[in-house]
Design a protein around this ligand. Structure first.
Ligand code: T4K
Length: 378
């Protein structure tokens, strides 16, 4: 029997940002107006950075303009050059940051279960020019950190994690971002937690932290001291204020997202015609994304358009794979090619109505069983 789903009156988008109560943000704005300190490490940027350090449980992280610049800064601070082994299944910023910094992204295929960089394939891609590994914890699901650490140690490589999706995720009891020589995350409006635009750079060594500090501030080490090459990667008081206003709600945001996650799970988990990534058992979740893997691209496109007819909008995070980037060396990455054609991210955000989620989930479960879909498969 086919499951009926009425068209939603308001579009259900793949994500919506959570906003703090307007009066709370206005209180911050009033103080900014009074002080007229808009940027350049004002009170709120410093307070927000300190609050994030508390949350992470380490003073070794800096608030910057966005996740992309955080990645570029850590690559620069760690003096990454030559070839960098990275994943083809990530947002474009993972590879573009490497290229932008003058290094060459070398794509290595992903694990078909976790969808993260496959550590078993990394060593064969190492050449005398390799200086680093940049691995993404895709959807907030941790990479095989121990294996990647042991490979990078053995070959003298820097290890950098793109943890853009990972705010609030802990791994083996501590913040996931506290791994590698450096890690970054994103506070973009579409993320679990945001400061409108924003990012964080975590570093292991104080020497890296010292470089990051002057690099994000044009290279200044003080008002009249040029320490080295820098860029403008500071963030403003208005962005920091958004972060501060939203931070007390982080736990509640994650709880609400996980409730959406569970509501989808009730109808979709274990469905014989849908797969999902295998999640690390050592980590908590933050409900950043709800990916499903369909049987074919044809089924995915059919489902995506059937949902659009109901005013429900999904996204193909991440399609196409980064091997299609015009500036990346062509590489054989059959697993990532295959997965990225079939993976679809369903709407998930804190205020998404759970009843709607149940209906959308039931529609998807039913869609995957429809005769025309089964026919397309055979
Ligand atoms: N590494 C990884 C692995 C990443 O995923 C990202 C970013 C980065 C690095 C770089 O971090 P940042 O430099 O961005 O800090 C989004 C985000 O722009 C991007 O931050 C994110 N990853 C990427 C996965 O997705 P789009 O193209 O999905 O955004 P957009 O504008 O299509 O928005 C999606 C939905 O959200 C829309 O249906 C509307 C809704 N929306 C969006 C915005 C921006 C709102 O309701 N309000 C809003 O303000 O890129």
């Amino acid at each position: 029997m086919s499951c009926r789903l009425n068209r939603f009156i308001e579009p259900i988008l793949v994500t919506r940002p959570t906003l703090p109560p307007l009066d709370v943000y206005q209180d911050y704005l009033r103080l900014i107006w009074q002080s007229q300190q808009l940027t350049n490490f004002g009170r709120f940027a410093r307070e927000f950075e300190a609050s994030i350090q508390d949350l992470i449980g380490s003073p070794n992280c800096l608030f910057v303009t966005n996740g992309t610049l955080a990645l570029q800064l850590v690559l620069k601070a760690l003096e990454v050059t030559g070839e960098v082994i990275t994943t083809p299944f990530s947002f474009v910023a993972t590879s573009s940051a490497i290229q932008w910094e003058g290094a060459t992204p070398v794509l290595v295929d992903i694990d078909p279960h976790t969808l993260n960089l496959d550590p078993g394939r990394v060593e064969e891609a190492i050449t005398p020019k390799t200086t680093a590994i940049v691995a993404t914890h895709v959807y907030g699901n941790p990479c095989e950190i121990a294996q990647l650490e042991s490979i990078s140690r053995k070959h003298g490589l820097k290890l950098i994690f793109d943890a853009a999706h990972c705010v609030g995720v802990t791994h083996q009891g501590r913040a996931l971002i506290q791994n590698g020589d450096a890690s970054i995350t994103s506070f973009h409006a579409t993320k679990v937690f945001h400061s409108v635009e924003g990012g964080l750079a975590y570093f292991r060594e104080q020497e890296t932290g010292h470089r990051l500090r002057y690099m994000r501030n044009y290279g200044f080490n003080g008002p009249e001291d040029f320490q080295g090459l820098g860029i403008n990667a500071k963030n403003s008081e208005l962005h920091a204020a958004m972060g501060l206003a939203l931070l007390p709600s982080l736990g509640a945001i994650i709880e609400k997202r996980l409730a959406v996650h569970r509501a989808y799970d009730r109808v979709l988990a274990g469905h014989p015609r849908l797969q999902q990534p295998r999640w690390s058992e050592d980590a908590t979740r933050n409900g950043a994304y709800y990916p499903i893997i369909l049987e074919s691209e044809e089924v995915l496109l059919g489902l995506q358009s059937a949902l659009e007819d109901k005013n429900v909008f999904t996204r193909r995070y991440f399609y196409p794979p980064l091997s299609r980037l015009p500036y990346v060396r062509a590489t054989k990455i059959p697993v990532a090619e295959n997965i990225s054609r079939r993976v679809l991210c369903l709407p998930i955000y804190a205020d998404l109505d759970l009843e709607a989620v149940g209906q959308i989930g039931a529609f998807i479960a039913d869609f995957a069983e429809r005769p025309e879909v089964l026919e397309a498969r055979s």
